[in-house]
Design a protein around this ligand. Structure first.
Ligand code: NAD
Ligand code: ZN
Ligand code: ZN
Length: 399
């Protein structure tokens, strides 16, 4: 049994105190897990565009500070609360922002991964059990001491910390022999992208695909489409430096909208005799979504929305445009049910069906988290991996 079980743990976390303010690495207190909760020691975490979006505070309704952001990670269970049966101390786990209770009506159906109790909720900042937080601090953002104040949770996960507490529905056990650094990617970006291609669009062999936005999520869509045998994968990005990586992920054609004098969808229709079979919007830009929609073939084309849209604008389509027979749908966490489906997805990744290694473009120590944010903002990284805790149990594997 861990010495710390049942006790408050004092550790370091990167706390977001306000929109666009640099994160502050400081001491926090992490309470023990309550019923059906799990306390996890985070080993590695990476940064997704959704962390960036929340930190910049574009969507006012989602603002809640001080807060611990972060939702892509891998860690070890430190202790579990009453009633937790499927993970135990010492298990390697990945947190998932979209949970699976296994008992609600949605969890019992195959068609959706949006668990009634633990589906992703950007407004959620408190734990379900008691409406409280498991994080607190007596240190101000400037390092001075203060009365104990609570720190909000984020996206069911909060991984920019040495220890976090999650609902057990949002913790997935992984093979202890899995390459841990790469498993962090399955917490969000890679599962989201590959799943959008496999589970939502159900990309078939020999089909054509267009991916808008070649960050980790878009490139994971491309990698997923490649693995399913798509014959042509057109990558669209306004940052041409993403094209080099795209080639590794099976992107066959590249379009930089800045180089065109016509709308992107017209170029894609020219290249594909009327449009692609599937398109994926992975930028979070509503105007790009319209281009993605119009770039599919009339009659059967299918567009999958993956980006997160902070704008209050609604769908950029006239209802009559749907009579052309193009379909449009959204995908959360790639349609994966985390507890039931991620372990086998992780196995497939370990067999090389999906390449994970190219997604980690940078590695930095935890203290450099603000530099890692900057790399993503500048479009200079796919995933920057931050090492939070040193661990020795799997030394032989070099992690
Ligand atoms: P990223 O910042 O790494 O990549 C975004 C890419 O889009 C960049 O390469 C950028 O150059 C490109 N881009 C931006 N605006 C563009 C434009 N107007 N035209 C062409 N290209 C443009 O982000 P990411 O981590 O890959 O995430 C992508 C999106 O997916 C974000 O909106 C993120 O919030 C969202 N997301 C959704 C889910 C989900 O479950 N649906 C999960 C994770 C992330
Ligand atoms: Zn994410
Ligand atoms: Zn459920």
């Amino acid at each position: 049994m861990a010495e710390t079980q049942g006790k408050v743990i004092t550790c370091r976390a990167a706390v977001a105190w306000g929109p666009k303010e640099p994160l502050v690495i400081q001491e926090i207190c992490v309470d023990p897990p309550q019923e059906m909760e799990v306390r996890v020691k985070i080993l590695y975490t990476s940064i997704c565009h959704t962390d960036l979006g929340t930190w910049t505070g574009v969507n006012e309704a989602e603002r809640a500070f001080p807060r611990i952001l972060g939702h892509e990670a891998v860690g070890v269970v430190e202790s579990v609360g009453e009633g937790v049966k499927d993970v135990k101390e010492g298990d390697y786990v990945i947190p998932t922002f979209n949970g699976e209770c296994g008992e609600c009506r949605v969890c019992k159906k195959e068609v959706s991964n949006l668990c009634e109790r633990y589906k992703v909720d950007p407004m959620k900042r408190l734990m379900v059990n008691d409406g409280g937080t498991r994080f607190s601090t007596t240190t101000n953002k400037d390092g001075g001491s203060s009365q104990s104040q609570r720190i909000y949770h984020f996206l069911n996960t909060s991984t920019f910390t040495e220890y976090t507490v999650l609902d057990s529905a949002c913790v997935v056990k992984i093979d202890p022999n899995a390459p841990l650094k790469q498993m962090s990617l399955l917490s969000c970006g890679v599962s989201t992208g590959v799943g959008a291609a496999w589970n939502t669009a159900k990309v078939k062999e020999g089909t054509t695909t267009a991916v808008f936005g070649l960050g980790s999520v878009g490139l994971a869509v491309a990698e997923g489409a490649r693995a399913r045998g798509a014959s042509r994968i057109i990558g669209v990005d306004a940052n041409a430096s993403k094209f080099e990586k795209g080639k590794v992920m099976g992107v066959t054609d590249f379009i930089n909208p800045k180089d065109l004098t016509k709308p992107v969808h017209e170029r894609i229709r020219e290249l594909t005799r009327g449009g692609v079979d599937y398109s994926f919007e992975c930028t979070g830009n509503v105007d790009v979504l319209r281009e993605a929609f119009l770039s599919t073939h009339a009659g059967w084309g299918s567009t999958v929305l993956v980006g997160i849209y902070a704008t209050p604008r609604t769908l950029p389509l006239h209802p009559m445009e749907l009579f052309d027979g193009r379909k449009i749908t959204g995908s959360v966490f790639g349609g994966f049910k985390p507890k039931s489906q991620l372990p086998s997805f992780a196995q497939q990744c370990m067999k090389g069906v999906v390449k994970l290694e190219p997604f980690i473009t940078n590695e930095l120590p935890f203290e450099k988290i603000n530099d890692a944010f900057q790399l993503l903002r500048d479009g200079k990284s796919l995933r920057c991996l931050l090492q939070i805790a040193k661990h020795t149990t799997r030394k032989q594997q070099g992690y």
